[in-house]
Design a protein around this ligand. Sequence first.
Ligand code: C2E
Ligand code: MG
Ligand code: MG
Ligand code: MG
Length: 279
Amino acid sequence: NAKDNGREQCSFYNKQLSEQLTKRVDMERYVANILNKNQLTVYYQPKLDLHTMTISGFEALSRFSHPTKGSVSPFDVFAVAEDTGRVLELGYFVLHEALKQQVAWEQQGLWSGKMAVNVSPVQLFDTHFLAHLDLYLEKTGADPRNLELEITEGVLIDDPEGAALLLRKIHDRHISIALDDFGTGYSSLAYITHLPIDHLKIDRAFIVQIDEGEKFRGVLQSIISMAKHLGMHVTAEGIEIESHLNFLQAAECDYIQGYFYSKPLSAEGAALFLETHCL
Ligand code: C2E
Ligand code: MG
Ligand code: MG
Ligand code: MG
């Protein structure tokens, strides 16, 4: 009867809920132990300069190994890490690794150039963020001009004034600032004209629409033109096919990043890439 059905449904939902909770607790435990278990490896994805057709820099991207799942998506790890605060230790670890790598390649005579590191909103607003930046730059001896921080539009929304102040302090250190995933958030165009942003990264969502019609190509072209008017460089993210590269080159996009040029590579893989493409 109805009453029993209700009770069964209720226990069904309870079971689902408790499964979700268990998953979440497992994930939090996993995330809390990533560093002491050496489960984070930094990969490096090269970016191509469309003017010179040579490498323009690397983006450091975290890769997480898992004892039973094999690997876990950075999206999933960072979502949990932001909530639990673990994102700070992960973020500083990546920053330190990426700067060490940049300096190592320079000392090996392999390559010198810009290393981009993603910074989560929680990390950017950490009260020790600037102190940590200075510390890792000093520890590694890296030139701040070779560091770029990738931030997302979200940080500009939550606390615009605070963000502007921080970005200026970062900029004063000669570190460049990239606005990542542009076009997927909701930052006001009027607002970004007042921020020291050097570089706009157009989200892959706009790239996959290139073949869907003139309207979509027009929007992409307009974003590139707008960035130029604001004095920013432009990277298009997620280029997988040559025709998209050709379109972007004609549209005067500065850089591309995507599987067409290279997937993210291990440090060894990236060194090999530099040896074969850049020496
Ligand atoms: P993101 O910063 O926008 O990084 C670009 C993502 O696009 C990377 O995904 C990269 O592997 C992927 N990608 C590059 N080229 C292509 C392509 O041609 N096609 C497709 N389909 N994808 C491409 P990934 O490595 O899975 O990272 C996802 C997101 O996780 C990043 O997006 C970033 O927001 C975050 N993330 C990754 N590593 C870190 C990190 O060390 N710190 C922080 N705070 N966030 C990170
Ligand atoms: Mg990024
Ligand atoms: Mg992006
Ligand atoms: Mg993205």
